[in-house]
Design a protein around this ligand. Sequence first.
Ligand code: FEO
Length: 605
Amino acid sequence: MHNTKKITEDLFWIGANDRRIALFENIYPVPKGVSYNSYLLKDEKTVLLDTTDKAVSKQFFENLKYELGDRKLDYLIVNHMEPDHCALIDNLIEKYPEVKIVCNQKTLQMINQFFDFATEDKVQIIKEGDTLNTGKHTLTFVMAPMVHWPEAMVTYDMTDKILFSADAFGTFGAINGNIYADETDFEHELMDEARRYYTNIVGKYGTQVQALLKKASNIEIQMICPLHGQIWRTGIKTFIDKYEKWSTYTPEENSVLVIFGSIYGNTENAAEILASKLADRGIKNIKVINASSTHPSYIVAEAFRYSHIVFASSTYNAGIFTPIETILLDLKAHNFQNRTVAYMFNGTWAPFSETVLRGHLEAFKNSTIIENRVKITSTLKNSQEEEINSLVDEIVKSMPEEKKDTNALGKINYGLYLLSVKDDDKDNACIINTVTQVSENPKLITVAVNKQNYTHEILLRKKSFNISVLTEETPFSIFERFGYHSGKDTNKFEGFNDVEKAQNGILRLNKYSNSYISAKVISTIDCGTHTVFTAEVEDSKVLSNVPSVSYSYYFENIKPALKKPEEHIEGYVCKICGYVYEGKDIPKDFICPICKHGVEDFEKL
Ligand code: FEO
């Protein structure tokens, strides 16, 4: 039976999963399977975007037949010629002889290499920037050489702003019914597999991925449809940010990955001791990996994640232990760079691994080798504690320094929330950054609200409120509307439709919010500029998996940069809303008349 997904009014996923495959490309373990995505656009013309692997041909052709119905297939766009996506082109031609293949010149060359059918009158050659009009839709093509083969390209639907990204933005793992990334717990369940897919499949081609990201930054993307794994329709920026890091070989974790190759456990013991001592020095999220029992693809992915890597290897055949050598060669093949590396080596009668090990490490571009190393002859001895301590010292010293900020309170992590209330005849809301669950049973939360806010006044009287948890996709206009004006002078909800009433009759956001909480105040504490309200949760609901916005994310990614006045004015500018206080000194108790923040949020012009 067919198994397809409607993505938009006229776009359909017609791919399939392979959960019986053990090794993708006959090299990478895929314990969660893999999906081969193919898309069918049913416009005035019908367009198939890539086929699938042979392993799922039955399901693919059944899906295609079902979605086409009695229509003919007009075009096949070939974004990528690797057989996990193009294997069925010849079968497709047999079944749909009228189909026109849309591809670039390099792709045509590969079609002729892989297949025997005559291509002369079957192919429409396109190049970068060419367009294909299919009725309502106009498709354009962007070359993406070496992401992951030289002929690779991506297709952009200019009408619906959908990027068919070929191998880019793919993920290992079959699709478990939920085809959209935002329907899954992607960060916890799938990000590791997305990283393993990226680093092993295209990790070598960081420069080429950067070139594609640069081209992509000039187009508006509403949805990304890759050839493997989930479709992205929200949180796209978060995933693109990961690609920025991976393709520039920038670590995600300032911590230490210890990879050991140990024959009888003695080198392993040294790796454990090192990790333990690093932890004692305050390093978090250290990871120790046994190279003998872990597939190299997992180790490559972790190496891309960590800033520091320590290799611990036994000597073997007068060189290094083979599993460690495999990893080093694999990392080198993936153009691995920008890291701090260190090593320990072991040997009972001829501890020769150092020279070979060091030679491999020196091949990593833009990387630093820590000079303190530990030589083990059979087992690490108590007398060597100083040696291992020196290595730990050097690693700790080389960790990137935390940004110095004398304002310790500025280090506290905050979220951002819309606090909404209802007066007798008026709805009002403001932006707050302090919502905390303080008890599980009963379910209690606290919110702190500035006394200057009109919302504060209503909340003291009416005692009921809703919290809408804002997401990273919240546009600046929402913060402007609810955070930069007073409800005393304006109706903040006028002309605003992205709301609905919760059970308590108070408005809550139905867009830009991943959840809401309705609560009733049970007590208050006067805290100077703010009142802390403790409230019992009456209702709550999760609305989406889009990440909650943090205070720092807002400042780095959402809030436009402040424009300083062109002529020099002596004064202070509010970092929150841009209000300018003119004068040599700002009073200590000054409150911004626009956003109600105090002097601590002003900086000198
Ligand atoms: Fe999924 Fe490069 O093929």
